[in-house]
Design a protein. Structure first.
Length: 340
């Protein structure tokens, strides 16, 4: 309803207005969209002036957030290729660092990642606009990068993770040429800024398809770019650990499907626990108390992990608390664990 309000208002003010991206894709395959993105020919300033409840955000990618209660509709101005005109910038290794060249709806379609993500619902006549064969791919159940796959992966290696996550969510396959490009560029994920990887990890594990996403990430050998310590353990073979992680992922998906609240620190604590435990045990052998050992181990493991994925303090502090509680949960006699 909020998305429709935004579309209507833009349309009535004489602008073109479309729903685009995951919202359209998910609705067309019968899934409930997680969020709605709007694309328009109005500039960020024009959009901002049109909606009282709005603000301009972003630097690399400027757009407007329109707020209705707790819901936020993202409204973006059509963009052209980053190498056309000013406002775009390519950094080292062919990465896009600034992406603010405005353009036509067709140009906007070609700079999106996958064909099924570039479908536009037009509020003016209730039609779906498709420049890149997205409808056909949606029919076939295929994720396919728009344009030359290798270039598209290199300019933003996070697309590799997006492909794996979204294909797992929709139970789609990945087109062979896209898959080939992904394999050739996946190692570039290692130089992704940690805050961006953190955002991607949240999407992987909080979208309601954590179990499928995790297994898909492992099948494509991408876990090493997110949680290398856990990846090494799983590669050595550890059935107990596998079932523990699966249990946490299943639990998370279940809570999402029941509409219960979830938090990132729960799963993150799981992913790093085996290494915290092992280090703490070693410290104990050196004579440290279990509390001190856990503190020291937590700091070391977090420091290693934070070089890859940034974890805000509001999450890392409760993660440490969870780890500190583990020894108390192991003492099952006398009901103390239950009480805790
Ligand atoms: P979901 O919201 O279910 O995670 P989504 O496809 O909607 O999936 P968003 O991150 O909400 O993902 O992005 C909305 C749209 O913006 C995408 O569908 C795609 O068209 C475009 N987009 C997002 N990220 C990229 C990217 N890295 N490169 C190119 N286009 C992108
Ligand atoms: Mg979305």
């Amino acid at each position: 309803r909020s998305a429709l309000k935004v579309l209507d208002k833009l349309h009535e003010a004489g602008h073109s207005a479309y729903l685009v991206g995951g919202g359209v894709r998910d609705a067309l395959v019968g899934l409930k969209p997680k969020d709605f993105d709007v694309a328009t020919d109005a500039s960020p300033e024009t959009i901002r002036a049109l909606f009282r409840n709005s603000m301009i955000i972003g630097r690399r990618f400027r757009l407007v957030h329109v707020r209705y209660g707790r819901e936020i509709i993202e409204v973006a101005t059509f963009r052209a290729a980053h190498n056309k005109g000013e406002g775009g910038e390519i950094g080292a290794a062919g990465r896009i660092v600034r992406d603010n060249v405005f353009g036509t709806i067709e140009e906007d379609a070609y700079r999106r990642d996958f064909s099924v993500n570039a479908l536009y619902y037009n509020i003016a006549d209730d039609s779906i606009v498709d420049y890149v064969g997205g409808l056909a791919d949606l029919d076939k159940g295929v994720f396919q990068l728009i344009g030359e796959p290798k270039t598209r992966c290199e300019e933003d290696p996070v697309r590799v993770l997006r492909a794996v996550r979204l294909a797992a969510k929709l139970k789609f396959s990945i087109a062979p040429s896209t898959l080939e490009a992904m394999q050739a560029t996946s190692s570039e994920l290692g130089s992704t800024p940690p805050p961006r990887l953190f955002e991607e990890v949240l999407k992987l594990f909080q979208g309601g398809y954590a179990l499928r996403s995790f297994h898909s990430v492992r099948e494509h050998d991408l876990l090493v770019y997110l949680f290398p310590m856990l990846d090494a353990r799983l590669k050595r073979g550890d059935e107990k650990l596998e079932s523990m992680i699966d249990a946490a992922l299943i639990n998370t998906d279940k809570r999402v499907s029941q509409g219960k609240p979830i938090t990132p620190y729960y799963l993150l604590a799981f992913m790093m626990w085996p290494d915290v435990e092992e280090r703490a045990k070693a410290e104990c052998l050196n004579g440290a108390t279990i509390n001190d050992a856990l503190h020291a181990a937590a700091d070391t493991v977090l420091a290693t992990q934070l070089r890859i994925i940034s974890i805000p303090k509001r999450f890392s502090v409760p993660m440490k608390e969870i780890w500190q509680m583990q020894p108390r949960l192991e003492r099952l006699k006398g009901g103390r664990a239950l009480k805790l």
